[in-house]
Design a protein around this ligand. Structure first.
Ligand code: BGC
Length: 722
């Protein structure tokens, strides 16, 4: 950061020197994080900082309180070591960007890097110097509430967005934050999509799917990392030496520090792998957790454990040295006298949030070119419980979001539509089961040319510990859509949600369907811009939309079964004869009671124009092995547009089963109507390597490659890569 994006040798030698001057108690103090006191600096907190008993404060954002805490640390504590001030700055600070899942729908890492840079600048202005972001948990279960915080189901997409965020947070000059990769590892695979539940992940999947985004984050220079709450194959990561030492430090060379998750050290006792807090503290230190987030286990037990020779001094020394190195490398010692103030969002920040929201919107259906609407040509009826909810549209994890600057769709449309706009929330919340206002809503729809209906989920229905077993539309929202459909007026549905919802009936009846996630502060203007075609529809799904919760987990890169379903083998429950013999169904891999395809596949999204792909070919073998491919992309519609050109690969024969397809690269290509561009992709041997249960290998041979605009792309070529 201030000195380098990664840890400089100078920071390390300064840390070593300082460490040599510290007592055991002072060292352990650096390993302790406690909660702030809501803008206050009460006597107990003052004394703890002054005595050097803590190294970090979480959840304090008041500029004066932070300045005072840092002053005490600098002037009164024994070694004058500044504090890490941690906060969950997840998708914005005052200015709120789309939830990470929404930002991933942009497929635009530059935009996400900018979002992180803006967020860091706003938070740093108030004195925060560390964020617990990005979350790199590959998420394939929409029941899990934290899918909202993820970049979706794909390891490459997750790695690209994660590293973009690390760069954005950590490379912002004197207004930057230390970033934290979380939750190491496999948290997204919690059983039944229920937060904190166990994860059981085979070694091949761990190495091929869940670990790679973290390796990418480490290589990008992230300075901290947080283990997952969920036990992984029986071992909670906060006490898992194999994960935190063997893989993270020894194999990957991570030089940052590990912060536990909230009280996750003490939770080793609840998990039943530690006898008591003392045992938990011992296990976490041995595993390599540098700092205890609020559980008190380190503060309460570590000194005695060292004095009793249970934990060797060098183990503590190294963990503390890593923490001090990070503080030096992040420039905390140099910033000690900085003044902080409440952040006022800038026009530049709002503009970045607007662009991010625009690009996060995915157009899923557009019958008869209903969208974009012509400006001023039709009277609009805006309905639904999420059309005018400036707070709900911000999504989960917005402790500091400035709701007063959040603009709803109603507010945005009022600016342009004036009296032409009819509005009615109809339902108090997305969970409202009443039908009492439906008749009035239908009358309003009938009196207008077009209905825009906003449905989905409020912010509180996704995020940490907010998991759902039923991922259909809550309350009577579907019934409302059905009533409005019966009016015969064109129905544009805007779904605002923190997860992929299973909405097959809604998708069927909507004339146009926009999936907007929780778009943040600038939701209203962004949705309006897409509705009226002031910007093009460019978002693409970063996650599969299921038809039914029973299909979950449903993701495009699933393994190759020995009995794949084909259209000929699929039988529907309604078509099975009474008393049919056991072998009458196809004996292939499908459910009897749901169409086997997803509702919308990963990578999918419509444009207002249309793109065509052709001339897909191998142009040459690259000198170091691997191949270079090229394809022609043509805008065959009558508007300009931007396509996300996606490249997928299948390894045809390998020593272990490999996914049916894997995303290997993508490019954003902007083309005027009628224009075309030859694009090139380079695939190295590394891109085609995988972990086979023992090691990461490249196995030469046949591959199929597809190019197109979703994971269903059908333009393919066969490759022989050596
Ligand atoms: C979450 C983390 C978060 C931490 C601090 C925990 O409950 O799992 O993601 O960073 O709290 O707020």
């Amino acid at each position: 950061m201030a000195e380098a994006a990664t840890f400089s040798a100078r920071a390390r030698s300064r840390a070593e020197k300082l460490l040599g001057e510290m007592t055991l108690a002072q060292k352990i103090g650096q390993m302790v994080q406690i909660e702030g006191a809501d803008g206050q600096v009460p006597l107990a907190l003052r004394q703890q900082v002054a005595s050097g008993a803590i190294g970090s404060v979480i959840n304090e954002v008041d500029p004066a309180a932070i300045a005072e805490l840092q002053r005490i640390a600098r002037e009164e504590s024994p070694n004058g070591i500044p504090l890490l001030i941690g906060r969950d700055v997840i998708h914005g600070f005052k200015t709120v960007f789309p939830i990470p899942l929404g930002m991933a729908a942009s497929w635009n890492p530059e935009l996400v890097e900018e979002a992180a840079r803006v967020s860091a600048a706003e938070a740093a202005e108030q004195g925060v110097n560390w964020t617990f972001s990005p979350m790199l948990d590959v998420s394939r279960d929409p029941r899990w509430g934290r899918i909202a915080e993820s970049f979706g189901e794909d390891p490459l997409l997750t790695a690209e967005f994660g590293t973009a965020m690390v760069r954005g947070y950590q490379n912002g000059g004197d207004r930057q934050l230390i970033s934290c990769l979380k939750h190491f590892v496999g948290y997204g695979a919690c059983e039944a999509g229920k937060d904190y539940a166990s994860t059981n992940i085979p070694d091949t999947e761990l190495h091929n799917v869940y670990l790679p985004p973290f390796l990418a984050g480490v290589r990008a220079g992230a300075q901290s990392l947080m283990p997952s709450f969920s036990d992984l194959n029986g071992s909670p990561p906060s006490g898992n030496r194999w994960l935190l030492r063997d893989i993270l430090r020894e194999r990957w060379g991570f030089e940052g520090f590990v912060i536990s998750d909230w009280a996750s050290i003490a939770q080793l006792v609840v998990h039943g792998v530690a006898a008591d807090d003392e045992d938990a503290a011992r296990q976490s230190v041995v595993a390599g957790v540098n700092m205890d987030m609020v559980s008190g286990a380190y503060a309460g037990h570590l000194e005695l454990l060292v004095k009793a020779d249970v934990v060797p001094v060098p183990v503590v020394d190294e963990l503390v040295c890593e923490l001090l190195t990070a503080k030096y490398a992040a420039g905390l010692f140099d910033q000690a006298k900085r003044r902080y103030s409440f952040c006022t969002p800038t026009a530049e920040a709002e503009d970045a949030a607007l662009r991010a929201a625009q690009e996060s919107i995915v157009l899923l259906k557009n019958s008869d070119g209903l969208l974009p609407l012509a400006e001023g040509a039709s009277s609009l009826c805006l309905l639904g419980p999420l059309a005018d909810q400036p707070d709900e549209q911000l999504g989960t994890w917005v402790f500091d979001g400035d709701v007063s600057r959040s603009v709803s769709l109603k507010q945005a449309l009022e600016r342009t539509e004036g009296n032409q706009l009819q509005y009615d929330a109809v339902l108090a919340t997305s969970r409202d089961r009443s039908h009492s206002s439906f008749a009035q809503a239908c009358q309003r729809a009938e009196a207008s040319d077009v209905t825009v209906l906003t449905l989905g989920e409020e912010a509180i229905l996704s995020g940490e510990a907010h998991c759902r077993a039923d991922i259909s539309l809550p309350g009577s929202q579907l019934a409302l859509a059905q009533s409005l459909k019966a009016t015969g007026k064109p129905l544009i549905v805007v779904v605002m949600a923190g997860r992929p919802l299973a909405i097959p009936e809604l998708a069927e009846l909507a004339d146009a369907l926009l999936y907007v996630w929780h778009p943040g502060s600038m939701a209203g203007p962004a949705i309006a811009d897409v509705l009226f075609g002031r910007v093009e529809a460019t978002g693409r799904l970063p996650v599969t939309l299921p038809r039914s919760v029973g299909q979950v987990p449903i993701y495009y890169a699933h393994g190759k079964t020995g009995k794949p379903a084909t259209p000929e083998t699929i039988v529907h429950i309604d078509d099975i004869d009474a008393k049919a013999p056991q072998t009458s169904v196809g004996n292939t891999s499908f459910h009897l009671d749901v169409d086997p395809s997803p509702l919308y596949p990963f990578g999918f999204g419509l444009s207002y124009t249309k793109f065509e792909f052709s001339d897909f070919q191998e142009v040459r073998a690259t000198p170091l092995g691997g191949v270079e491919l090229s394809a022609l992309v043509r805008n065959i519609g009558d508007r300009p547009g931007r396509e996300v050109v996606q490249l997928y690969v299948r390894d045809k024969v390998a020593s272990v089963t490999r996914p049916v397809r894997e995303l290997k690269a993508w490019q954003l290509v902007t083309l005027e109507a009628g224009a075309s561009e030859q694009i090139r992709f380079r695939l190295s041997r590394d891109d085609l390597s995988f972990y086979n249960g023992r090691e990461t290998v490249f196995e030469p041979g046949g591959f199929t490659a597809w190019v197109g605009n979703s994971s269903d792309a059908d333009l393919s070529i066969e490759l022989d890569v050596r």
